[in-house]
Design a protein around this ligand. Structure first.
Ligand SMILES: [Zn+2]
Length: 237
């Protein structure tokens, strides 16, 4: 199959990888429908963090082509969202909600495990990893939205949850990249009343507003704090 191959510093190219096959009864083979590039892929590309040569890409949605005999939750033909890691959901870490630390888990596209930036992926622990999407005949727009659940929207949501965002809160989101913008959306979903997006890019400011930001602060660093104090303070808590 064709797949993006990480060769090293500033070298990612399309190449050939073996067609994935079921190796364990808990595996599934997923044909990739949509995939995207994560900011962390750029860290590897720029040499800012290490990455083994080989497969790359950990954000994808796809259709199950084959499921191992122990995979009960998804079947061939199902549209599925893959999180950026696979996990068993039974070890102590998974039981406490930290699936990224799963004792049996791992990351897609780590150089050896198939990556999302390829035609197909062997998904280990598929029954506890893949999330089946209900319904069918989804529009391209819906498919693109579903793709964000593989990492970026989940990461923005995680940030909002970790910050304890709840109804009526005032929230500042520092950073206007894809995760920051997703955090704006997540904060509004969780009921935040006022969401201040720190952004100096007009195009991203527009997305932030579309996602529910009530205020835009374009000043950097300490100036942003001053800008905050300069706004109407009646609503601040
Ligand atoms: Zn686990």
């Amino acid at each position: 199959m064709r797949a993006a191959i990480f060769r090293g510093l500033r070298a990612i190219e399309v190449g050939e990888r073996p067609d994935p096959v079921i190796r364990e009864p808990t595996d599934a083979i997923v044909r990739v429908v949509l995939a995207c590039v994560c900011g962390s892929d750029l860290w590897y590309y720029r040499g800012e963090s290490p990455h083994a040569a080989g497969s790359i890409g950990h954000e994808f949605i796809g259709v199950v082509e084959q499921a191992g005999t122990d995979v009960a939750t998804v079947s061939p033909g199902d549209l599925v969202v893959a999180p950026f890691i696979y996990s068993d959901m039974t070890c102590p870490h998974c039981q406490h909600g930290s699936t990224i630390s799963c004792k049996r888990g791992g990351s897609f596209g780590d150089g050896t495990i198939d990556g999302g930036q390829g035609q197909a992926v062997r998904v280990p622990l598929a029954g506890s990893t893949l999330v089946r999407v209900p319904g069918g005949n989804h529009s391209d727009q819906t498919l693109r939205s579903l793709l964000t659940l593989s990492d970026v929207m989940a990461t923005g949501h995680h940030a909002a949850i970790s910050a304890g965002v709840g109804p009526g809160d005032v929230v500042a989101v520092v950073g206007d990249g894809a995760v920051g913008l997703s955090a704006v959306l997540a904060a509004r979903r969780l009921g935040a009343e006022r969401v201040i997006a720190l952004s100096r890019h007009p195009d991203r400011q527009a997305v932030a507003k579309a996602f529910g930001a009530t205020d835009i602060v374009a000043a950097p660093g300490d100036e942003a704090t001053e800008a905050r104090h300069g706004t109407d303070r009646r609503d601040w808590r």
